[in-house]
Design a protein around this ligand. Structure first.
Ligand code: NDP
Length: 263
């Protein structure tokens, strides 16, 4: 049997096992995807080997540790410094980041995006900034505080805090903060967000399954907007295919996983 899993803390809320197991069933593969609470990050790779997994996804807060511990990191994950997908190749563990591509797929239905403002400067912001830059989008980072901006400055992004930012026009505004996840907060001061939305065309919130205050305001400003569901779906589709050497049709994987979202 092919064994896979999700590592993180917490993991109990995750839909990933249902997404991956649905594809095993539909494709008649002898596989199983479980979830594993990893309290101590130093046990991540030993758990991977002990369980004899062929692949795994990694979620908060272990993506950076996973990046450090891989035998090899491929693709855009090398720029991001975080991996969310581990694949066994013989005795080696290869790391990838499918969050970035997942996000880019998710905004494919938007029109042309030339400029984007990313609210937040955590791991998700790194993935999104890197993929947008790769596709030639002009990206600025706006964060509440300065402490996390180092990575972005080093990688040539213009970075501002709430204190140093002057509003200007961006095609796309992206919320990568956790504001609105468990509360009714906005990711930046309301007056500032209003000015930004008045000049923008699109809004994206990485939080999923919730109409956050950010998205409510985007709707009020008649923007085209999406929550994080499509990003979650596409990162899972790409991860599944990496587990199997990219041998399947992504559209077929997507269609199986989409059914789970729609249940
Ligand atoms: P991090 O903890 O790495 O970063 C959080 C960022 O949010 C920081 O920049 C922090 O600012 C900012 N922040 C937190 N609270 C507030 C607030 N109340 N107001 C303004 N800024 C705030 O988080 P991640 O990047 O790992 O994850 C962020 C979100 O992305 C989570 O909600 C997660 O669930 C979601 N996510 C969604 C995915 C998907 O597939 N849809 C995939 C991965 C993540 P400061 O530096 O000042 O503290």
């Amino acid at each position: 049997m092919h064994l896979f899993g999700l590592f993180g803390n917490p993991v109990s809320h995750s839909i990933s096992p249902r997404l991956h197991n649905a594809v095993f069933k539909a494709f008649k593969l002898d596989g199983c995807y479980g979830r594993y609470l990893i309290d101590d990050a130093s046990t991540l790779f030993s758990t991977f080997h002990t369980l004899q997994l062929e692949g795994a996804n990694v979620t908060v807060p272990h993506k950076e540790v996973a990046y450090e511990g891989c035998d090899e990191v491929r693709g855009i994950a090398r720029n991001i410094g975080a991996v969310n997908t581990l694949v066994r190749e013989g005795n080696r563990v290869i790391g990838y980041n499918t969050d970035a591509e997942g996000f880019y797929h998710a905004i494919a239905s938007f029109g042309k995006v030339r400029s984007a403002l990313i609210l937040g400067a955590g791991g998700t912001a790194k993935a999104i900034a890197s993929i947008l830059k790769e596709h030639g989008v002009e990206v600025m980072i706006l964060n509440r505080s300065a402490s996390r901006l180092h990575f972005f400055e080093e990688n040539g992004f213009t970075c501002k805090t709430w204190d140093t930012f002057t509003a200007q026009a961006f095609d796309l505004i992206i919320n990568t903060t956790s504001a609105g996840l468990k509360d009714e907060e906005l990711p930046c001061p309301k007056a500032l967000l209003e000015t930004l939305f008045n000049q923008a065309h699109y809004a994206y919130d990485v939080i999923y399954n919730k109409q956050t205050p950010f998205l409510k305001m985007a709707q009020e400003h008649h923007l085209i907007y999406k929550d994080g569901k499509e990003m979650l779906l596409h990162q899972a589709v790409l991860a599944f295919n990496l587990f199997f050497g990219n041998r399947f049709d992504v559209k077929q994987i997507e269609s199986c996983m989409r059914e789970i979202f729609e249940l």
